[in-house]
Each structure stands twice: as C-alpha cells, then as structure tokens.
Design a protein around this ligand. Structure first.
Ligand code: NAP
Ligand code: ZN
Length: 354
C-alpha cells in the first residue's frame, strides 16, 4: 500500500477538502498512473452530495482521468512506464458474465467496480477513490490508450462525457440521414453535439440557455431550439430519429417524447435523483421508445478515443485548480460550464493534505 493525496467529500453538506488515503501497490496485472488531469462530471457532484443515496463517505470523486504510467506489474503488456493512459468510470468487473463476455462491462451482471465509491475487489477492506488525486492503480484491462495528437487535458472528459454519448449514438446507428436531438448543453451534451455532427447526423440542440445558441452552432449543432419557447418546440413535433437527454435535474420529459417520429427513441443519459413523469400516451400512440444508457464498454471506449483522434475531437474545457472545485460545483448547478471543468492535478500539492 502507498499513501495518496486527494480531495474528498466528507459529508453531504460539507465542501470538498484534502484527504490522505491508501491505495494498493500495483499487482501483476496493474498499471499505476500519475494523474495529470481529471474532468469534473456532474455525477461527481451527485455522489459528493449523496443525491443518489449510494455514497459512502469519504468520497474522492473523479472518473475522467488522464496521466502518465509510472509503474507496471509483471503481466502488463498493454502499457510501459512513461506512456500516456486514461481511466474512465470503471476499474473492474466480473469479467465472466454474458455482458462482460460481450465487452459490455458497463452492464456487468454482478456489477462493475466504479472508479470511486466501491469496494476495491483486489484488496479487501480498501475502497476505490477517484481521480481528484495524485495517482491511481488500475487493472490493465480497464486502462485506455490516448491518441497522441489530441490536447491531453481536453481528452480527459472523453473518458465519461465522450463515451456516455458515443455509445448510444452508435447503438442507435446514427449517421448521415439521421435526425438527432441533444437536450442540455453541458459536459455530456456538448460531446453529444460534436460526436453526432462528426458521424454525419443532422443535429438539433435543445437548450434552456439563450446565451448558448452561438456556442451550440459552433460546436456542431445545425439547429438550436430554446426549449422554453413553446412555439419553437411545437415546430419540431414527430421529427426526430433519436433524442439524447443529458439533463441531470427534474425536467419535462414529455416535451421531448412528442418530438420523436413513430418508433423512434429518446435515450436518457442524464440521471436526475427523482423519477421522471412519463405520460404513457406519448409512447403508446406512436410506438415510441423511452430508453436509458450507461457509459460504454472498454473496447467501445477505446474505439471512441480513436474516433476522436481521427476527427480531432476533444472537449471544450475550462481548467481549474484543485482548490476551485467547490466553486466549480456551484457553477455547474447554474449551468455555467463551458463546457467541462478539468482539474490540473499539478495544483494538488501532497503537502496540502491534512
Ligand atoms: P452538466 O455539465 O451540469 O450539464 C447539464 C446541462 O443540462 C446543463 O448545462 C443545462 O444545459 C441542462 N440543464 C440543467 N438543469 C436543467 C433543467 N432544470 N432543465 C433543463 N435543462 C437543464 O452535467 P453533465 O456532467 O453533462 O451530466 C448530466 C447528467 O448526466 C448528470 O445527471 C450526470 O450524473 C449524468 N451522467 C450519466 C452518465 C451515464 O452513463 N448515463 C454518465 C455521466 C453523467 P442548458 O443550459 O443547455 O439547458
Ligand atoms: Zn461521469
């Protein structure tokens, strides 16, 4: 075991603050990574404040990790010391259920091990702590290769926001000729816009923020609709093949279900703490689908990173210091993120931890 420094949520109503904790030493199949940058996902905020009722404190959030390999175990073939590497939302899974066998570890029937807030299966008694920290140790099969041509800090958000939107776009076979809607221009939403555009779809952004219209277009949306404008919404009725809803708080889902064509799908990736009200006739009368999707498998995450490398796609980021995280959370709650905060881990000094 070794001592690691990070930033943790210690209770629902307390700001995040420094924490010293222990990580396992790398085993034969493990890669140890010095963390350079970590993206700030809204899920980190949900977990830091126990909004989903599953947090075990202290929680060290962070599952959009990029860094440099500092140690490798004896069996590690995929990485060498000094390589760039990425880690997303999962660090392990059962590896034997049908989903894992199909490369869909995110749907592991036993449950995948989250990058934070889960028991560390490899070391009884230890828990997983995330990327708001100096280093992480991960089984090589859950470590991703980073395309060399992309700006490293702006790659970090691809590890969650990127794959969470790429996976449903691929699953529902988005391409030229498909009309895709994206709800909410935050971390996930802005990646959905960029990726759907790169896949050749006709992309419409739905935003509550009038100030994001120009950005939406710059990021790749062909059309932008202010979702508070009832007439503009009515003009979109029954026209979409796929809508990705990336809103993580209470909102009217029915306003979007009626925008789907017959048999089309609204996929919920945003994860509000309270149930959403579905007016079932919006589904019944046009055989529409209301679906969900969680991140993506490891092979698909690598495919997404390679796709982003080929198309020159990264997140639009605002770099912050580790000690600005609490302020960043408050701004995220006000939809004031352009369009992902990324923590420069060089600003987390080991000496600053209590
Ligand atoms: P984010 O950066 O905070 O973006 C959310 C966006 O939703 C906001 O920027 C805003 O965009 C819109 N919005 C916020 N409140 C709204 C409201 N009351 N009504 C309508 N729109 C609203 O969050 P994120 O990191 O993208 O995450 C979004 C959600 O996805 C979170 O719940 C997160 O936990 C979840 N998530 C799920 C997965 C998965 O695997 N399914 C993975 C990662 C994250 P506009 O200003 O454009 O309206
Ligand atoms: Zn996330």
């Amino acid at each position: 075991m070794f001592d690691c420094t990070g930033y943790a949520s210690h209770a629902v109503d307390k700001p995040l603050s420094p924490l010293h904790f222990e990580r396992r030493d790398p085993g034969p199949d493990d890669v140890q990574i010095d963390i350079l940058y970590c993206g700030v996902c809204h899920s980190d905020l949900h977990m830091a404040r126990n909004e989903w009722g599953v947090s075990t404190f202290p929680v060290v959030p962070g599952h959009e990790i990029v860094g440099r390999v500092s140690k490798v175990g004896a069996n590690v073939t995929k990485f060498r010391e000094g390589d760039l590497a990425g880690v997303g939302c999962m660090v392990d899974s059962c590896k034997s259920c049908a989903s894992c066998q199909e490369g869909l570890e995110q749907y592991c029937e036993v449950a995948f091990t989250g990058t934070y807030n889960d028991p560390d299966k490899k070391t009884p008694g230890l828990r997983t702590y995330g990327g708001y920290s100096k280093a992480v140790v991960v089984d090589q099969s859950f470590v991703l290769r980073i395309p060399a041509n992309l700006e490293l800090a702006a790659v970090a958000p691809l590890l969650c926001a990127g794959i969470t939107t790429y996976s449903p776009l691929r699953h529902w076979k988005v391409g030229p000729g498909t009309k895709v809607g994206v709800v909410g221009l935050g971390g996930l939403g802005h990646m959905a816009v960029k990726l759907a555009h790169a896949m050749g779809a006709d992309v419409t952004l739905f935003t509550t923020s009038a100030g994001k219209v120009e950005d939406g277009k710059r990021l790749g949306a062909h059309h932008v609709v202010i979702s508070k404008d009832a007439d503009a919404m009515a003009g979109q009725a029954s026209s979409f093949d796929l809508i990705i809803d990336a809103v993580g708080s209470a909102h009217d889902i029915n306003a979007y279900l009626v925008l789907l064509k017959r048999e089309a799908t609204l996929v919920q990736v945003g994860a509000p703490e309270k149930p959403l009200d579905v007016a079932v006739f919006n589904l019944i009368l046009a055989r529409r689908n209301f679906a969900g999707s969680v991140i993506g498998g490891i092979a698909e995450t690598q495919e997404m990173l390679d796709f982003c490398g080929e198309h020159g796609i990264t997140a639009d980021i605002e770099m912050i210091r580790m000690d600005q995280i609490n302020e960043a959370y408050e701004r995220m709650l006000k939809s004031d993120v352009k369009y992902r905060f990324v923590i420069d881990m060089a600003t987390l000094e080991p000496a600053s931890a209590a």
